[in-house]
Design a protein around this ligand. Sequence first.
Ligand code: PLP
Length: 298
Amino acid sequence: MSDGIVFIDGDYMAPEDATMSIFDVGFVWGDCVYDVTSTWNGWFFMLDEHLERFQRSCEGFRLENPYSFEEMRRICAECVERTGLANTYVKMQVSRGVPPPGVRDPRGLKPIVLVYAVPYVWIWGEDKCRNGATLYVSGVERVSSKAIDQRFKNYNRADLVQARLEAYDNGCDDALLASPDGFLSEGPGFNVFVVQDGRVASPDYNVLEGVTRRSVREICEREGIPFELRKIRPEELEEASEVFTSTTAGGVMPITGVNGKTVGNGHAGIVTSRIQSIYWSEREAGWHGVRPADILAH
Ligand code: PLP
């Protein structure tokens, strides 16, 4: 099985041959934006939505991607085609680049574009992503969007990493963070949802507006399940009948425990399971999909 293909600075190569400068301020200052999409059963999912968000992230960070939207589509498709894999995790990023020695001005540097396709990633492993994981509400605050706009997917993730370490210390699989005003935001790589009285709700601000979350909303609207974006108190996690999360690298993922307490009956709830099974059967069938070979043929 291929372990992946990397595109960097105009060339495609094996992951072990891909290198970047240690002086790139994407690394040194976290001055870097990215996005992650995937293929499942040979279909990209919502590729253009990911590319559009990526474009907004670049603009938000005042980073110039030298490649056009169409060129990015083709580069993503080429990476996937070269792996020969049906199920892939596809990352694209733009970092500010390498300043001349002593230069601090970020303007005018040559941005570095990196894209890669690797075998599909499940953030908690396939079993936990499909059947349930546990979360810990961290004391670490999610950085405010007034400091770093969280709608732009970026590499300033130290808050997320510290929260996750705290979650591990407390015997949980991952973390949830609250915003500075105390309402829930998101976790390290996923959006969160509570289900109460059959209604699905997810935090309305200080989060990455997940593409998977958008597809959850679409499923809810189609199935007649009330869906809203609103402020959510952390205590609602313990009051909810169901809690679930969503991300590109895992799909719709049930949460069976929060802060050491069982959610619902300790298994994926009815609403969560319904949304999850529709999500995966639709993905299998190419929902919102395009095949890499079709992109390359045009
Ligand atoms: N929130 C954060 C902080 C993320 O990093 C991610 C994805 O990696 C998500 C939410 C989920 O977004 P998506 O569904 O577009 O993968």
